[in-house]
Design a binder for this molecule. Structure first.
Ligand SMILES: *Cc1c(COP(=O)(O)O)cnc(C)c1O
Length: 403
């Protein structure tokens, strides 16, 4: 009864509404209680009216919940909201960002298939490809992110997926997603974009031609450092495979975390605008400081892909990296002199974080590999939070004074 009323009303109300409205209202599942906030369904299973009802729901003849590894109303509300924001036919939530990436490859690739990955992806993503997928006969090669000709040349007849993070971490390199999608599709491959750094507030890869988007919801979607989670979003027929894998293998999202993420999405665009404004101000300020040799941020005119960033993104994100004078010692002195910013490798939090990539996130790489990836010993990365920007600038000034 209430189901039909809700569906009809929500459909007509949200027709043609803007991103911020979808972020607050898409995917509502109001119960007959009439609650205004999102209900949290902490239940592992569901009851059936009769044995025949149970049989019909198990066979899929009648739609409805059976077990929370398959579907849960709170998780579904989050999935519908993020699908609306990414412009996806369907989204599915996962236990972590890594579980999202795992489920894409497990669902769409078989032994003998080939995957092309941009060189500077998240460390655990590389470990997943290198240590595990290779063991199951999936071939993996790495390509510099920005060079389209390199991607085209590296595609083989058995290439199934191209996997990229744009912008990259920590150097904020970009790839032209629309052009890369054309290259992939011309040769029968799919393009997967890890959209964690931008979120749909700043970039919608599916609208640019990508086939699948993955997220670590742990970062900006939560935005306040509370819960782990992930998302895969894309076209219906691809999502069917991925949903099937997740329901069987089980790295699905808890309803509690889904509820937190629903709240996170309601403020996503506001937060991203604030993150971007502060990051832009700090990047511009850092670029003028004597102790700073180079700043990597796509919102700076000095960034080699500034034009592409303007075209492809609605903002340049929270992550700023910069090289200081004095090599590793200088970078460590800078970091240790801060008193407000947290020394942690995490990002996407309301609290600003600072890290030394060469000895943390990229510490496992050999020195030559780090050099090739452009991760210098003098490089520092900040992920700008929501504090007052003048306090952040004052803290970074302490770092500069210590160089
Ligand atoms: C954090 C992160 C992941 C992994 O997400 P988890 O939620 O930690 O599993 C994947 N990709 C990027 C770009 C990330 O920053």
């Amino acid at each position: 009864m209430s189901q039909d009323w809700d569906a009809g009303r929500l459909d007509s109300d949200l027709e043609g509404v803007a991103f911020d409205t979808l972020a607050v209202r898409a995917g509502q599942h109001r119960t007959p209680e009439g609650e205004h906030g999102d209900a949290m369904f902490l239940t592992s299973s569901y009851v059936f009216r009769t044995a025949a009802d149970a049989a019909a729901r198990f066979s899929g003849e009648v739609a409805g919940n059976v077990y929370s590894r398959y579907t849960n109303p709170t998780v579904r509300a989050f999935e519908e909201r993020i699908a609306a924001l990414e412009g996806a036919e369907q989204a599915v939530a996962t236990a972590t960002g890594m579980a999202a990436i795992l489920s894409v490859v497990m669902s769409l690739c078989s032994a003998g298939d080939h995957i092309l990955v941009s060189r500077s992806v998240f460390g655990s993503t590389i470990s997943l490809f290198e240590k595990y997928f290779k063991r199951f006969g999936v071939q993996v090669d790495y390509v510099p992110l920005a060079e389209l000709a390199g991607w085209d040349a590296a595609i083989k007849p058995n290439t199934k997926l191209l996997f990229v993070e744009s912008p990259s971490n920590p150097l904020a390199e970009l790839v032209d997603i629309a052009a890369l999608a054309e290259i992939a599709h011309a040769k029968g491959a799919l393009l997967v974009v890890d959209n964690c750094f931008c979120t749909p507030a700043l970039q919608q890869p599916l609208k640019l031609g990508a086939d699948i988007v993955v997220h670590s919801a742990t970062k900006f979607i939560d935005g306040q450092g509370r819960c782990m989670g992930g998302v895969v979003a894309g076209r219906g027929e691809l999502m069917k495979e991925i949903v099937g894998f997740l329901r069987t293998a089980g790295p699905t999202l808890s309803p509690f975390n889904a509820w937190i993420f629903l709240k996170g999405l309601e403020t996503l665009n506001l937060r991203m605008r604030a993150h971007c404004a502060s990051a832009q101000a700090l990047a511009e300020w850092l670029e003028q400081q004597d102790g700073v040799e180079k700043v990597h941020y796509a919102g700076l005119k000095s960034h080699p892909q500034y034009e592409l960033a303007q075209r492809q993104q609605r903002g340049f994100g929270a992550v700023v990296s910069f090289e200081v004078k004095g090599g590793k010692e200088g970078a460590w002195r800078f970091i240790d002199a801060t008193r407000l910013i947290s020394i942690t490798a995490n990002l996407g939090d309301s609290k600003t974080t600072i890290t030394h990539p060469a000895t943390t996130s990229h510490g496992r790489l050999a020195p030559q590999e780090r050099e090739a990836a452009g991760i210098r010993d003098s490089l520092i990365r900040i992920a700008v939070g929501l504090e007052d920007v003048s306090d952040l600038q004052a803290d970074l000034a302490r770092g500069l004074a210590a160089l």
